[in-house]
Design a binder for this molecule. Structure first.
Ligand code: FAD
Length: 431
């Protein structure tokens, strides 16, 4: 009798301790499974570039990775193991891998054999064409820290080759693209005394040039050749550009702008880089083109008029205007935020889906707040039909609507430069 009583006490105490944890665990798991289904139904479960690769055998399901992710919605715990819930939201911070106590996570591209958006490369980022390298976002890794690290790494590899070019017409390396990847590569080429040339269709700075004015850029610790570590974790667009352009001046970087590269061919002992009207020769080429390519057009009447834009550079030049923003990604929301915060603009977002689902956490919070306060209006499940001088026609769930309008900003993504890469002979995972 006494021992039965003892058992009852022990069981009651154990239940009191463990039951709340068990209930919490079950509730969290249910929520994560439902998030996974929702993400799958929206097509947001599959990553578009890097993502957390989880070793299920090692994972102990402690959820440290889930909590560490700055985007917060990428991972969840399902059946006691870390699981990718919203792969599309992974932008490669790598915090999950850093905090995992058992080393069960790596952030990478995983098995790329079915992917037609990831070029095949060896561990030094060399493509199937000898001496033709890819670095930065073009290879599938977003973020400035990855751009700098990869731009530096490929030049280290090229500098380790025993031969140097003796023909003044042939460079040791041509770098295509002057974003953070190309600029880091150029600085490392200077450091390693390589003969080099950078070609860019626009100007030095890459995608950073396209950020809205005063945008806050988050950067993680990484060493820029000939400069050292970036000291802060947040810079304004202007501060960051000042650093890059200061380095360009200081080292008199050999950058030719206005050169859009249209092909690369192999010759005996060198590669020929073709732009619209010139030919350049080098023993090695680094493609640092990024993934943004040319802005995708909607193909609707009126799209070519002067009131239609694909980027916002100066928010302050827009006052008292009726502005329509087309798109539901981070760029669209950041521009909507900037224009709405001016206080005098009437900002509307038209998005073809029924909810925003691929946003960074900060932008998701911003847009929720802006909608709540009435500073931004949204027209979900809508498509632009026609753009006129003072209005825009929309198809909203099959009904035609008209909006009074001064400016249209379109953020429908870009055509990535994969066609160009295939023309050069570069192979992709799915090829
Ligand atoms: C709105 C927005 C916000 C972002 N915020 C952050 C952030 O806060 N923190 C962060 O770390 N990252 C951020 N990123 C991502 C970051 O900007 C990119 O990962 C990074 O710029 C990639 O660098 P890259 O040099 O590989 O490519 P890019 O910066 O895209 O540079 C590519 C260069 O190649 C040139 N080029 C392309 N095709 C050709 C051609 N055929 N011939 C010649 N030149 C060519 C282009 O003109 C461009 O200058 C953000 C991106 C966007 C769009």
């Amino acid at each position: 009798m006494e021992s039965l009583l003892l058992w009852i006490i022990v069981l009651t105490v154990c239940s009191a301790i463990f039951l709340p944890y068990f209930v919490k665990f079950r509730r969290q798991q249910k929520a994560d499974i439902s998030r996974k289904h929702e993400a799958a139904s929206l097509g947001a479960d599959k990553p578009i570039a890097q993502y957390p690769l989880i070793d299920i055998v090692r994972c102990i399901g402690c959820a440290t990775c889930v909590k560490a992710c700055p985007e917060q919605e990428v991972l969840g715990i399902v059946f006691g193991k870390a699981t990718v819930i919203n792969g599309l939201k992974c932008i490669g911070h790598g915090k999950c891998a850093e905090v995992c106590p058992v080393g069960a996570i790596q952030v990478g591209l995983g098995d790329i054999k079915d992917r037609d958006d990831i070029p095949l490369m060896n561990e030094f980022n060399e493509t199937v064409i000898p001496n033709l390298f890819i670095a930065g976002e073009l290879g599938g890794f977003a973020l400035i820290k990855n751009a700098i690290a990869q731009g530096t790494m490929v030049i280290d590899r090229i500098a380790s080759q025993p031969e140097r070019t003796t023909d003044p017409e042939i460079k040791d390396v041509i770098i295509v693209g002057a974003g953070p990847t190309g600029m880091s590569a150029a600085l490392n080429a200077v450091k390693n005394k390589l003969s080099y040339l950078v070609l860019d269709q626009q100007g030095a700075g890459g995608t950073i040039l396209q950020y809205p004015r005063k945008k806050i850029v988050l950067v993680q610790p990484v060493e820029i050749p000939l400069f050292g570590y970036l000291k802060k974790s947040e810079y304004s667009k202007e501060e960051l550009l000042e650093i890059w352009l200061g380095l360009k001046e200081k080292y008199n970087l050999n950058i030719q702008v206005g050169e859009k590269v249209t092909n690369i061919t192999q010759n005996d002992g060198y590669l020929t880089v073709e732009s619209q009207d010139k030919l350049f020769k080098a023993r090695n080429v680094v493609l640092a083109l990024g993934r943004r390519g040319t802005p995708r057009k909607l193909g609707v009447p009126g799209e070519n008029s002067a009131k239609v834009m694909y980027k916002l550079i100066d928010v302050e030049s827009h006052q008292n205007e009726k502005i329509l923003i087309v798109g539901g990604g981070d760029s669209a929301i950041e521009v909507a935020y900037g224009l709405a915060m001016q206080g005098t603009n009437k900002v509307t977002i038209s998005y073809r889906k029924n909810q925003f689902f691929r946003l960074k956490k900060k932008n998701a919070e911003r847009i929720t707040q802006l909608i709540k306060s009435g500073q931004v209006k949204t027209i979900m499940e809508s498509n632009i039909m026609e753009i006129q001088e003072d209005s825009v026609y929309l198809d909203v769930k099959g009904n035609k609507g008209k909006l009074s309008n001064d400016y249209v900003f379109i953020f429908a993504g870009g055509e990535p430069p994969f066609k160009l890469l295939r023309k050069m002979g570069i192979k992709f995972g799915a090829d």
